[in-house]
Design a binder for this molecule. Structure first.
Ligand code: FES
Length: 110
């Protein structure tokens, strides 16, 4: 569908998945990971997308322009484990057309 963008998500086993993410369903990256079941049930999106658990942390591998980090995301990442310079919370990344070609890797489980 033309409302979809192609996103590559590398799972926690190191396997890359190219998935179609809809831009017209008000979804975020964490929800895409869950809907394609790229991580075991209950290990991603624990707080339901409130920037309060970091289970949706991922590393951004492409130079795709993303929405600015808000204070709550920054605060959560300041406390999380395995944080790198390119860490983001998937639940704080809305799926938009700008994400075409985005490549991310799921951070290890805490
Ligand atoms: S789902 Fe909890 S911080 Fe993203």
């Amino acid at each position: 569908m033309e409302e979809d963008v192609k996103i590559t998500i590398i799972d926690r086993e190191g396997v890359a998945h190219e998935v179609d993410a809809p831009t017209d369903m008000n979804m975020n990256l964490m929800e895409i990971v869950r809907s394609y079941e790229l991580a075991p049930e209950g290990t991603v999106g624990i707080c339901g997308g409130m920037a309060m658990c970091a289970s949706c942390q991922c590393y951004v591998l492409s130079d795709t322009p993303l929405t600015e980090m808000q204070d709550d995301e920054e605060a959560m990442l300041a406390e999380a484990f395995h944080v790198e310079d390119n860490s983001r919370l998937g639940c704080q990344i809305p799926i938009t057309k700008d994400l075409e070609g985005l490549k991310v890797q799921l951070a290890p489980e805490e």
